[in-house]
Design a protein around this ligand. Structure first.
Ligand SMILES: [Zn+2]
Length: 366
């Protein structure tokens, strides 16, 4: 079988490797070691823990929730994949190190030749972007999926910013609309501390996409134009704490999903709401974040709506541990991988419930 996916006669779509079938023995958790940005200590110049994605995976392995064999290896989004949303003009601008230095907020990149910027910074981001697109299809097949990276919600089709160089959320949704039958509506629940102005700009005129956004009203990006795309806007003040936050998250996620029933939920689960985050300015505890994720997954499960989670912002030293704890809690609560714990016991028993297993399909797992 060809390495490229058979597009089953659908005309007008480019060939992509991101929709290749995944074996039923894999959990719909997408990751690649390529996610992590490590280059001559350059990553230390950024206030980000640029290795948080790998640490999440390490913690999940230590807790014996996953092994290399059961997670899905993310593939890099190709130029043709990116062009589903991005303009050629924008992708060409990324060939200037100055532009990438500005978008990623890593000024020294300005002094690097672009081939190094491409390989060491943009490739990891393109791989995370591929991961989100892959997780979109997996969520439809399995009912849930988690991309351990992604969530670049400040990037739109022709503009990057705030560390976001590719519009992975917009891409995942457009891929689903174009290629997966039965996906006609999507709801984005964006709980990163910042306003998700990228996907908002991309879906400003698109009534198929319902956007709920909960963010600190006083911080970046304060994009008034993009705010017009938000159907349910929850603006928070400095230092908002667990009780108020969780009440609002629950009330409005229930309200949003009652208002419009989507075919998929894209959950942007940024952890920069964490108390002490230098950028977020909110004061949510680690337990509050775990509870928040549980609220969203429960709302999806109760309604039988597939959910795709991406991890987005939040780069403190303790962030990776919290993301891992939250994923483990979702598993304990039987909100993810439920079928894996029924029967034999250990949580890493392979899943046996994929709706679309095709023999001879190509895949990769790490
Ligand atoms: Zn953020």
């Amino acid at each position: 079988m060809s390495k490229k996916e058979d597009l089953r006669g659908k005309k007008g779509f480019h060939q992509t490797e991101l929709y290749a079938e995944v074996p039923s023995t894999c959990l719909p958790i997408v990751y690649s070691p390529e996610y992590n940005i490590t280059f001559m200590g350059l990553e230390k110049l950024h206030p980000f823990d640029a290795g948080k994605w790998g640490k999440v995976i390490r913690f999940l392995k230590e807790e014996q929730f996953i092994t290399d064999e059961v997670i899905v290896l993310a593939r890099e989004a190709s130029e043709a994949d990116l062009l589903v949303v991005h303009t050629t003009r924008y992708l060409n601008r990324l060939k200037w190190s100055l532009v990438v230095a500005t978008i990623t907020e890593i000024p020294p990149l300005l002094f690097l030749p672009n081939f190094l910027v491409q390989r060491k910074v943009l490739k990891p981001l393109r791989t995370q972007t591929g991961g989100t697109i892959m997780a979109g299809k997996l969520a439809m097949d399995r009912g849930w999926a988690i991309n351990v990276g992604g969530g670049f919600h400040h990037c739109s089709s022709d503009k990057g910013g705030g560390f976001c160089a590719y519009a992975d959320i917009t891409l995942a949704i457009k891929f689903l609309f174009e290629r997966v039958e039965g996906v006609a509506r999507a709801t984005i629940i964006d709980l990163d501390a910042h306003q998700g102005n990228g996907h908002e700009r991309d879906f400003l005129e698109d009534r198929r996409v319902y956007i709920m956004d909960v963010y600190n009203r006083h911080i970046y990006p304060g994009d008034g134009y993009a705010k017009r795309a938000i159907k349910r806007k929850v603006e928070l003040d400095w230092g908002t704490e667990d009780m108020e936050y969780l009440q609002k998250v629950e009330l409005h996620s229930e309200g949003a999903l009652n208002e419009v029933r989507p075919d998929i939920i894209i959950y942007n689960a940024g952890t920069d709401v964490l108390d002490g985050d230098p950028l977020g300015g909110l004061a949510i505890s680690p337990q509050g974040i775990v509870k928040r994720d549980e609220i969203i997954f429960r709302a999806a499960q109760r309604r039988g709506i597939p959910i795709l989670m991406v991890t987005s912002g939040g780069y403190q030293k303790k962030t990776a541990r919290i993301i891992a704890d939250s994923i483990l809690n979702l598993h304990r609560q039987r909100l993810i991988g439920e079928e894996a714990v029924e029967g034999a016991g250990p949580s890493h028993v392979p899943l046996m419930m994929s709706k679309s297993v095709s023999s001879g399909a190509t895949f990769s797992a790490i």
